[in-house]
Design a protein around this ligand. Sequence first.
Ligand code: ADP
Ligand code: MG
Length: 698
Amino acid sequence: MRPSVLNPLFVEATKLRGVGPKVAAALDRLLGSPSRPARVVDLVLHLPISVIDRSTRAKMRDAPRDQVVTLEGRVREHLAPAKANAPFKAVIEDETGDCTLVFFRNNASWIEKALPIGSTRFVSGKLELWDGRLQMVHPDRVMDADAFATMPLVEPVYPLTEGLFPRVLGKAVEAALERLPDLPEWQDEPRRVLRGWPTFAEALRAVHRPSKPGDVEAQAPARLRLAYDELLASQLALALVRNQQVVDDGVAHVPTGAVSSRVEAALPFRLTGGQRKALDEIRADMASPRRMLRLLQGDVGSGKTVVALLAAASMMEAGAQSALMAPTEILARQHFARIAPLAGAAGMRVAVLTGRDKASERAATKAGLEDGTIDLVVGTHALFSEGVTFRDLGLVVVDEQHRFGVAQRLTLAEKGRAAELLVMTATPIPRTLVLTVFGDMDVSILSEKPAGRQPIVTLAKPADAMEDVVAAVGRAVANGARVYWVCPLVTESEHADLVAAEDRFRALEEYFGDRVRLMHGQMKGPERDSAMADFASGRASVLVATTVIEVGVDVPEASVMVIEHAERFGLAQLHQLRGRVGRGAAKSFCLLVYKSPMGKTAEQRIDMMRDTEDGFVIAEADLRLRGEGELIGTKQSGLPNFKLALLDVHGKLLEEARREAAGLVADDPQLLGPRGEALRVLLHLFERDAAARLLQGG
Ligand code: ADP
Ligand code: MG
């Protein structure tokens, strides 16, 4: 139940003075949603994006042009329009000069009343020079001395919608602000004081009634405080949900090291420091009676799969089974092919299960999972959708999570309720977004690449130079290189794109004969598998593919990546694609073939690709270039929308809020302590009601 102290904020905006049906309709469009109208709280939390500064005062002779100024003068004359459509003018003067006020919407009686000849008036608006004379077209304000004395010199500017005038919205916000109840302080008081943060009410007033332009800037103390309030509410909600899950469902899975040490011994390489650290964290989570909810984040090629395998080996030691879930069949089979020999060497029993298995194999796998003779199963979401039962499922690893939709995430949570959960993502989501997308998870990061990797040389070529590109690829193939050639699927008609890929395939076939293969999403599974297998084994040198290879495909011998129409891809996607090469010891190349002329953003993307291979740098740039909502995968993942916090500016606060929320819930899981009541108010204020309901009497 919402604390009653918040009631005045959760009434409809129509209850406010000055908000009639027409204004209300505009406010609903701006701040409401299909299921509810705009409310007082929405207005209170609708922050200005900038200000109009009316504090610049000057004599007419010295007044700066082309900006907003406030002038004081005596009204000298009215110039009635000569023709019907001509403007009405009034001239005001001071001892240094004069200024013509121009009114196009001819309303003589209003002007005569507002600007009587001989009176002293203050006018505020944008000053211009026209035909050698100062003029102000439609001053924003025309005031006498009394009105001027109470005029705010700095005026907030709000995001608007059609049919809503700035002053009308400003008044509605002001009326809403007057209804702000006295709320308890939910922030830690000593820290608030230490940082010079105002109280919640003071902060809102400071932002809605700025006294200087800096007051509405994102770094202003009031804005920081408000952003932190919102972030703390969201992180507290996640922490409460998580606490519930972890406490309810946890099982201690204590690994012995017996199996995983054998797997490790079978590896043809040594683990990186990051892989080791991630495994330590995973094993500690497993051994604790709390349920693991961990995100393993690692750039493409950082070696996540082997971490998953070793985690599964540890789970086997603890006597339970593991499932590794891949987003596509190709990937599931590839994982299985790589994992099976290593696992087999350590005595782990592994199986694969996708939608494509033969009935007999499938039945055998299902039986093995049910009686516990299979220790690790690799598969697609078929694992969880088609009546598969496990004897004791201890660990679920989800690879490339961003390909899974929300619905699948939910089924997964149902099926593997008691299981430890490890989510692996190669999408280099910036730290700030990890917390909002996966905020309820702990994070392990693989920041270093395995040793011996060489940098990838990235070049951009115009499509006109296609012959050069083909010739360069020809030389590489002659030297034994293996080449991915990516044709995008981007137009409305998938069919037209396939035709493009097929055309390219035939053109390259003329050049390379039977050393080219084609792979795309419409092909039947076995055909795709055989194309992939030929490329992996080296029977083929060039693999022409649509973006089906974007996620996870691993052929360490591939060293050249050609991307056609590179200008059509987003940065994150280009990075994922490029990550398919540079995995072995050979020097690798990435050729970005673009069609000119390119748009500005496309050019910036391609420059960025040439400048860096660092997935995190690229992801941050992607965020800037595209806006956070468009970052691959975040749209489907139910990213919360913040009203007050700006993730690019307030990202640090987000991490802080997460830490504080975890501490608060650890100390006082039911929020019953002295701060608890105020924190409940905070949760409801930001409408985290679902989380608040987890609390006793919440
Ligand atoms: P990703 O993180 O993109 O899923 P993979 O798990 O596919 O990366 O690993 C990429 C390649 O690096 C694979 O060929 C894998 O065998 C290899 N690899 C993984 N860890 C190491 C390591 N510590 N040293 C050398 N090579 C490694
Ligand atoms: Mg992978």
